[in-house]
Write a protein of this length. Structure first.
Length: 270
């Protein structure tokens, strides 16, 4: 079965679609997918789907959604509903377990590539890291579970996935700057800093890319606008590391040239 959550939810087998169309069954199968091969309690499912306002008949209604999902899986997998209940979407004591065999799950592939890319990144194998990060990011088709109305249980899971993607993007861009691809990274960094206006590391990378591309004034303006945003919105000052980068740009510090990657000025802002 092909399963995709890095974008809109999709479950299919040989072009037979098993993706629920209704909101609540989508939440149910999404939570089971993110906890595949584990028991998800009925209380957890109820909390996800109804929050603190479940209907009086909540147990019966939840069972109805399980039956609907089992029917979709039965049609897609071309097996009886009873076999789905025994082998795929099982009733367990206090909850349900989803077990998928021979699955092509984009999340599993992403996690494998993410781990491999981070390993190469830590070892300084930039070429391998960039290639692997690119493969990992290519699996994303939009925001995770983009068409699922996530509740209190799915929301932190989706947030973790989105943070993981952003971290991979940051690491890839750090490598790109080490490789001298400053101008090529400008448009992406401009978009990312506009979207993640509180991310100091992205602002540091953008400042460095601007400086190395010959836009010293724009690099300083980027710092000033970020400084103002932090002060006005958060009542905080930029980190000492970002302030050091700012002073280095002001002074035209030679350390900001290619050697900066090794001097710690282009690295992750703590």
């Amino acid at each position: 079965m092909d399963v995709r959550i890095l974008g809109s939810l999709s479950l299919s087998e040989h072009n037979r679609d098993a993706t629920p169309s209704a909101r609540k069954p989508k939440q149910l199968i999404s939570l089971l997918l993110l906890n595949e091969d584990q028991v998800v309690s009925t209380d957890t499912l109820i909390s996800e789907i109804w929050d603190t306002r479940p209907p009086r008949s909540v147990q019966t209604t939840l069972q109805t959604y399980v039956v609907q999902v089992r029917k979709l899986l039965s049609e897609a997998l071309d097996i009886p509903v009873g076999k789905v209940a025994r082998d795929v979407l099982l009733t367990r004591s206090g909850g349900y377990t989803l077990i998928l065999r021979d699955v092509n799950f984009d999340l599993y592939r992403y996690r494998s590539l993410e781990q491999a890319g981070m390993g190469a990144f830590e070892e300084g194998d930039d070429e391998s890291a960039v290639r692997t990060f690119g493969q990992a990011l290519a699996l994303w088709r939009g925001n995770a579970l983009a068409d699922v109305e996530v509740g209190r249980m799915l929301e932190p899971e989706v947030a973790r996935l989105e943070q993981s993607r952003l971290t991979v993007v940051e690491c890839r861009l750090e490598i790109e700057l080490r490789r001298g691809r400053h101008r090529q990274s400008l448009s992406e960094l401009a978009s990312l800093t506009a979207r993640y206006d509180d991310n100091e590391n992205l602002h540091a990378l953008y400042m460095l890319a601007l400086y190395r591309s010959g836009y010293r004034g724009k690099a300083l303006e980027k710092y000033r606008s970020f400084h103002k945003w932090m002060r006005d919105e958060l009542g905080l000052e930029p980190s000492p590391r970002l302030q050091r980068l700012h002073h280095a740009v002001l002074d035209g510090d030679p350390a900001l040239d290619e050697a900066a990657a090794h001097a710690g000025l282009s690295g992750r802002v703590e």
